[in-house]
Design a binder for this molecule. Structure first.
Ligand SMILES: Cc1ncc(COP(=O)(O)O)c(C=O)c1O
Length: 392
């Protein structure tokens, strides 16, 4: 193991407890996150949360810095970022805020998670929309833009799609998908639960409209905090669904609202926020994003993730009883089927006994391995050997 990897692993306590191969559910918290959250929680407990001068001088700027850190991660402007609770929260904002009319079409794919599919299904029922589902599960990701082009039509208004699918690990060619959808006048909302922190992002290049990011997975941050990117031009058509004091402009001369109907919302993406936010989460998330960007360095992290994903793919493909079905175009997730009739839960539990944590994907009746930049070839070897033993 090289020294950098050793140092990185020393900063991720949970990654040393077992082979930590399930970041698709939650990533390991880094020491800077843990310490920042603990210090903030301690301060809240011991000094109270009502020190107005501290809130004004420190907490509010920190919230702004967090929006800026998410913006840097995505390659966008801070004014295009709203803090959100998680991926699902951001996708709900993107779905419910559309100017829907009965008969409009909302499109999902069979690669989606509850976080993207459920708001779309519910919105279709409530607004009388036509729901279309693109079948992409067995398709090569390079063909997806053509499928989008073929399937969308003049009534297509919003496509909800994952950048990286939780069902098969496919990395979707985002820019080409967005181009194909926009050619039909259809906006694109992306579920970034498995992509933010797993692949480099330059969202302005893709022209995507909405991109919903969680903190707790590949960004190794706390739960309960994430971000929603809303492209500047898309902010004029997306209405806020929930609102509250965080959505008010900070520089408005006078009162931006009153109880008689006067209401002026922030001119930027903050209008999609609502109110109070768990402050230790803000401290932790910001410390975590800075650690990833500055101490770890994204170039190193992505190179390492690419290497360990390839290594895992090649090693597991050597096991004759497994069928790896994640397409070549992938990020940090690797999915495989077991021999017919083998109980995935049994194998998953047996791996825990070998001190290895992956997960089952029940609707696919498969197992899924998540490889992060902290994972080692030795851990993959342990996984391969344990699977061989359990399945012999
Ligand atoms: C693709 C995908 N979307 C959404 C979610 C839900 O994420 P969140 O808890 O951030 O809403 C997950 C995982 O839990 C996921 O894998």
């Amino acid at each position: 193991m090289n020294t950098k990897l050793e140092n990185v692993r020393a900063d991720l306590p949970a990654a040393n407890q077992y082979a930590y191969l399930n970041t698709g559910t939650c990533g390991p918290l880094s020491r800077p996150v843990i310490e920042a959250m603990a210090a903030a929680a301690h301060d809240q407990a011991m000094l109270g949360r009502i020190r107005h001068e501290v809130n004004v001088a420190e907490e509010r700027p920190r919230v702004h810095d967090l929006r800026a850190a998410f913006a840097k991660l995505m390659g966008v402007h801070t004014q295009e970022v709203a803090l959100a609770r998680n991926t699902t929260d951001g996708l709900n904002t993107a779905v419910w805020g559309q100017p829907w009319r009965p008969g409009d079409e909302i499109i999902v794919t069979d690669l989606e998670h509850e976080g993207g599919a459920m708001p779309a299904i519910l919105a279709a029922k409530r607004f009388g929309l036509n729901l279309k589902t693109l079948c992409l599960l067995d398709k090569d990701p390079v063909d997806i833009p053509n499928i989008v082009d073929d399937e969308l039509g003049p009534n297509s208004k919003l496509l909800v799609i994952s950048h990286v699918s939780w069902s098969n690990g496919a990395l979707v060619p985002l820019k080409e998908v967005v181009t194909a959808a926009h050619a039909h006048g259809c906006r694109v909302a992306v579920d970034a639960a498995q992509s933010a922190g797993a692949v480099p992002l330059a969202l302005h290049d893709t022209d995507v409209d909405y991109y919903a990011v969680p903190g707790q997975k590949w960004l190794c941050g706390p739960e309960g905090i994430g971000a929603l990117y809303v492209k500047e031009e898309a902010q004029t058509t997306l209405s806020p669904t929930y609102t509250g004091y965080s959505a008010l402009p900070s520089d408005y001369p006078g009162h931006p609202w009153n109880c008689f109907g006067h209401l002026v919302l922030a001119a930027d993406a903050r209008r999609y926020e609502n109110s109070s936010i768990y402050r230790p989460g803000v401290h932790g998330m910001l410390a975590g994003l800075e650690w990833l960007d500055i101490t770890i360095g994204w170039d190193w992290a992505f190179a390492q993730m690419n290497h360990i994903h390839r290594y895992a793919r090649e090693r597991l493909m050597q096991l004759p009883s497994l069928t790896v079905f994640t397409p070549e175009a992938a990020a940090g997730l690797l999915h495989f089927h077991l021999p017919e009739g083998t109980d995935v839960d049994y194998v998953n539990d047996a791996l825990v006994a070998h001190s290895i944590r992956i997960r089952t994907i029940p609707h696919m009746n498969c197992l899924r391995v998540s490889t992060g930049f902290w994972n080692t070839e030795e851990e993959i070897e342990r996984l391969a050997q344990a699977l061989t033993k359990i399945l012999h």
